[in-house]
Write a protein of this length. Sequence first.
Length: 554
Amino acid sequence: MDTSAQSGTNFIRNQIEEDLRAGKREEVITRFPPEPNGYLHIGHAKSICLNFGLAQEFNGRCHLRFDDTNPVKEEDEYVNAIREDVGWLGFDWGEHQYFASDYFEQLYAWAVELIGKGLAYVDSQTPEQIREGRGTLTTPGTESPFRNRAVEENLALFTAMKNGEFPDGAHVLRAKIDMAASNMNLRDPVMYRILHAAHHRTGDSWCIYPMYDFAHGQSDSIEGVTHSICTLEFEDHRPLYDWFIRSLEIHNPQQIEFARLNLSYTVMSKRKLLQLVQEEHVRGWDDPRMPTISGMRRRGYPPQAIRRFCERIGVGKSDSWIDLSTLEDCVREELNETAPRRLAVLDPLKVVITNLPEQRIDTRAANHPQRPEMGTRTMSLTPEIVIDRSDFLEDPPRKFFRLAPGKEVRLRHACIIRCDEVIKDDSGEVVELRCSCDPETFGANPADGRKVKGTIQWVSTEFGQQVPVRLFDRLFVEPTPERAEDFRQCLNPESLQEVRAWVEPELGQARPGTVYQFERIGYFTPDTKDSSLDAPVFQRTVTLRDTWAKQQGK
């Protein structure tokens, strides 16, 4: 399996190799620690491939741990979706699935230990007072008036907090570190807050919950994680994690930070993605226009393509932007090798072949031009077919090599036809073409060897099927919508268009999850949600080339 960790090298891989060579670590244990408060997106895929890939390469293991310390935002739905996404990407955590909530008793005991050592205290200030007291980047913080409470009083108050004797916000537990520290994270950070909310796993057993910064490093320590790999925004939190570990004298995982994935023409904030869902700008977390893993799976992206993408972009220490076209190129490369070919017409124009020798002429067509093992199929040419409207011009420019009055074109896998007559309606719109065929030119390699420059797709109206097709485009028109004052103002009003298309007959029973190349158009798949076996709803996975860049003049 290709992952970003296994192909080539990166600074994290080098660090792990050095740790093993120097005897600093005897094994490699990594972890992927999502908070179950939303669906995973492509940025998480980079972390998944990195953590699981490194563990595989060094014959170690990777834990799947849900950091479920905020009952207000976390749900079983998200837990199940995360498990499905990680498994679909091709990774297996085996028996090593954990929850931060598994460690609530131990975390509480460690908090009590820190209180006993005089390293934590109960603060009774309001959240606003605590926030103001932290100071700024240029001015030190102010010590809380409750900072020097006696150990016994702190223990009694913390026990009462645990027993539910106080309302939300009445008290918090804070670490006692340094209110003048240049690193704001060390200015007596909050360790526990009161939340009278049911937890998705522990129910009402707890009404105090640890903050992420307290639970995260200790959870790594409990599990014996050797390399705690996370994104750069946690670099300033590392001194705090180390302080907790040293103060408790427990196993010390090594935290290593890497640059998060910034992908153009999308947003990567779970808060903003949730906003898109709740405000119905999209049709759920798995909308194929979303950058979520479930959305990409529904759109027809192969997991191999996402792993290839994560390998291609590499692992670095500096933030950078990756163009969405890089991901789309990886999808095209994978689907070009695996997707069977079919003909489809998205904007149909009726064509009548006036001299077809028979009412039906069958030809054979390869399912994939480079993979003969994928076999062939029968295509039936009949007197009435449809072609794409863009393949005909009544008054074409000089280098237009498709159909025009008096001009010839080859029907893919069939024969050469010539346009003899153009039929229009009362408004002047072209509604039908009358064409004649050259019967000697049937087949991919006609005996007479006569050639024309243009080849177009077609579908018989007698044997073909009409199906709905969704044409997805980029969700945003700006490359960096997260930088906008209101990212929703950057939404692409044409990110979804729906048409009725003609397709080859067997596509009327296409199975959801199978991706086809509609020749000359793009890659399409039946939607896994809205399709049935005899009524597929096709959607575009990706175009045949980066048409967006061409539209933007790049």
